[in-house]
Design a protein around this ligand. Structure first.
Ligand code: C5P
Length: 242
């Protein structure tokens, strides 16, 4: 069904040329990878859930004035987004210690952090997305100090809003990763949220039981990934059409 020209194929998504200039179609695959792509699987239906969950979260963020690349969902696996120049950073926000932070700093998983912490990783498959500082980012020109300022301000707003949104449905937003892009409109540039926000890119724990409702179920061979993602969608009040 490849009726559009492919622009880029990533690990979990494909980008196609959009119907109008300045637009891109973002296709959500069922492919699931972890451990720098050394672990791979196809989990049927995952792309459908992530498309729907990301649509919902981006739409809610748009409503509170966080600019995003999202335009509209086209079908079960595709959404129309604005074409942006991706800033080559994975911006991670942590509210509770988990994952690589727990490993690197020896802080037990589940330990609440004294305050939310933002980390940056340079997007490079070859270098396995190394941890970098603001100094690296501005010195190497991956983002200007002004761009980075916008990124930080948006990231803080996204974290505040999503933490509350998830808490309202009994889910703790432990950490997540976001990406940003430069959107050019009439010679005017602004930084917008891009890529996706889904259980692939967040750690989501049930508030009551601590059950993991995110990609750690795959990373840690726990099984039940589709059930977990469906539970997130169900609690958010959205379930994809069957
Ligand atoms: O692995 P780590 O603990 O650094 O991940 C922090 C958060 O960023 C997790 O929610 C994880 O799902 C997300 N992440 C991601 N893509 C990556 C690395 C991390 O979505 N390449």
């Amino acid at each position: 069904m490849k009726r559009r020209r492919m622009i880029y194929e990533g690990k979990a998504k494909i980008l196609y040329e959009g119907p109008e200039p300045g637009t891109v179609v973002q296709y959500f695959k069922d492919d699931t990878t972890a451990l720098d792509s050394t672990k791979k699987a196809v989990i049927e239906g995952k792309g459908v859930l992530n498309n729907r969950i990301s649509e919902y979260l981006m739409t809610q963020l748009n409503l509170i004035g966080v600019p995003t690349h999202f335009v509209r969902r086209l079908n079960m696996r595709e959404q129309l987004v604005k074409e942006v120049e991706i800033i080559p950073l994975e911006v991670v926000v942590r509210n509770v210690a988990a994952g690589s932070m727990s490993k690197r700093l020896g802080i037990e998983e589940g330990t609440p952090l004294p305050r939310s912490i933002i980390e940056y990783y340079y997007k490079s498959d070859a270098m396995k997305d190394p941890w970098v500082s603001e100094e690296h980012i501005t010195a190497f020109g991956w983002a200007s100090p002004q761009d980075l300022d916008d990124v930080v301000n948006l990231t803080i707003r996204i974290n505040d809003f999503l933490s509350g949104l998830f808490l309202g449905v009994g889910i703790k937003l432990v950490d997540f990763k976001v990406e940003f892009g430069r959107l050019w409109e009439n010679d005017y540039m602004r930084i917008v949220l891009a890529d996706e926000i889904s259980p692939d890119s967040c750690r989501l724990w049930d508030v009551q039981t601590g059950e993991k409702l995110d990609k750690d179920r795959f990373r840690r061979d726990m099984g039940g990934l589709m059930e977990a993602y469906s539970e997130v969608a169900r609690r958010l009040g959205i379930l994809p059409e069957s």
